[in-house]
Design a protein around this ligand. Structure first.
Ligand code: S3P
Length: 183
């Protein structure tokens, strides 16, 4: 298994803020699959959806997963839909320790609405988004570790996650202790 830490979860789960903090605490690089895609395409995620459609975006995610296999020792935040394809949870597990940032739907929905331009939310009502969340849960649930983020700050999520990773000896020597104490 690869030695990356891979964060999965619904839009608004806090993958970006938690990932950035975790990487800093461990002295590792932080990578976002959405950033890999926008850098490759030279345009924003909303523009990719608007100009090429969701199917094209999903094909770019597929390619991104192949590129992730080349990474080592990184903290990786995935887009909310990336793990939710048949075979994808296994592909991610081969690349690193997969962590589901789980949150109550209401909390996650509220955060997702607040931050960022998210084409998957556009034109969909709350019930539709909740149905999408429920349909994706079985994929997220295949993560090796789950951290419940409801009602706690990203800093607290990172602390919980570090405990879990250490308890299970899931940090490679690269990450162990290095960078600790930095804020
Ligand atoms: C998506 C989530 C987004 C981004 C794209 C599609 C989804 O990432 O990948 O807009 O299908 O849930 P975040 O989870 O970081 O918002």
């Amino acid at each position: 298994m690869g030695d990356n830490v891979i964060l999965v979860g619904f839009m608004g789960a806090g993958k970006s803020s938690v990932g950035r903090l975790l990487a800093r605490r461990l002295g590792r690089c932080f990578v976002e699959t959405d950033d890999m895609i926008t850098a490759h395409e030279g345009r924003s995620i909303p523009d990719i959806f608007a100009e090429r459609g969701e199917a094209h975006f999903r094909a770019l995610e597929e390619e991104t997963v192949r590129l992730l296999a080349l990474k080592s020792g990184d903290v990786i935040a995935t887009g909310g839909g990336l793990p939710c394809r048949d075979g994808r949870p296994d592909a991610l597990r081969a690349i690193g320790t997969v962590v589901w940032l789980r949150g109550d739907f209401d909390a996650v929905y509220e955060r997702a609405q607040r931050a960022g331009a998210r084409p998957m939310l556009a034109g969909r009502g709350r019930d539709e988004i909740e149905a999408l969340y429920r349909a994706r849960e079985p994929y997220y649930r295949q993560a090796e570790l789950t951290v419940d983020t409801t009602g706690i700050t990203p800093d607290q999520v990172v602390s919980k996650l570090l405990l879990l990773l250490r308890d299970r000896s899931l940090l490679s020597p690269l990450g162990r202790g290095q960078g600790e104490g930095r804020s």
